[in-house]
Design a protein around this ligand. Sequence first.
Ligand SMILES: NC(=O)C1=CN([C@@H]2O[C@H](COP(=O)(O)OP(=O)(O)OC[C@H]3O[C@@H](n4cnc5c(N)ncnc54)[C@H](O)[C@@H]3O)[C@@H](O)[C@H]2O)C=CC1
Ligand SMILES: CC(C)(CO)C(=O)C(=O)O
Length: 298
Amino acid sequence: MRILVFGAGSLGTLVGGLLAPVHDVTLVARDPHAARVSTAGLDIVGAESTHVSPAATTTETGHSADLALVTVKSFDTAAAADALADCDVGAVLSIQNGLTEEMLASRLDAPVLAGTATYGARLVEPGRVECTGVGRVVLGALDGGPDPLAERVGKAFRVAGLNTLVAADMPRRRWEKLAVNAGINAVTALSRVENGALAGDDAHDLAHRAARETARVARLERVSLPNRVAREAVDRVVEKTAANRSSMLQDVEAGKRTEVDAINGAVVDIAAEHGFEVPTNRTLAALLRAWERGEGIR
Ligand SMILES: NC(=O)C1=CN([C@@H]2O[C@H](COP(=O)(O)OP(=O)(O)OC[C@H]3O[C@@H](n4cnc5c(N)ncnc54)[C@H](O)[C@@H]3O)[C@@H](O)[C@H]2O)C=CC1
Ligand SMILES: CC(C)(CO)C(=O)C(=O)O
């Protein structure tokens, strides 16, 4: 399969690199990373370890591929979609956090698959990515149900050795992941603690409340996600990723823009479309945005 990884930073470089031995992979990245991969190849270290040589370029348009894998940060999705509109791609798959697929689908003619990823990735330096945890890619039709295209992409990922599940219930899975991110990411980023520190603390209750509100908005969107399931998902992730510093905490610590708009902000916006208030998510989003506007982003 010809796979174009659009936005090869930490996650895209890891997933693209793991796909490269079997597929024709091109990483669309920024220099000096793109230049380094082009000339010296890519080292994958950590929980996965190999050296691969995918193509890498800073050119964003004019590509032809069977699949575009979108791995830019959520706030770069619109720009990625505009660039992909000038490419010839058979299908698009997002494995970003936040609800980004709708924007891709609204701007692109190619079919858009929904995805989530729990692999952990960190770009250590140009040409070198660390796999900080072997997770799973889950993908499927954006609206749910069986999908031959998703099966084909899932098979291509599995053949390359990626732990991949093709799921017929992506709407629920996306909203469950959003509930987890709305609770854990925002609360850990604001309190500057690792995920496990939430267990049994008052902050845990705050994360539960953000997740429950998200589940309520999911149901307004006709996605069946009971409050209990969202709360239990938070507990499960807090326990399983206790030592993790959430991606939003890492952004805050690095003085980088966060994905608040596509996580808590998206919950607030979609709730408002239904005339519904989500005070916990609104408060978390306001605090994160205040940090971003203030002294946060360096
Ligand atoms: N890093 C991780 O372990 C995981 C990340 N995610 C999600 O995956 C998404 C990506 O996360 P990361 O890889 O950590 O972010 P990142 O910031 O490391 O990578 C994104 C990359 O896209 C590049 N980019 C943006 N616009 C571009 C353009 N027009 N042309 C070329 N390159 C462009 C940026 O330069 C950056 O290197 C986020 O939504 C994140 O929440 C999800 C699960 C795990
Ligand atoms: C699942 C979780 C919360 C793991 O840290 C995550 O997705 C993130 O940090 O963005």
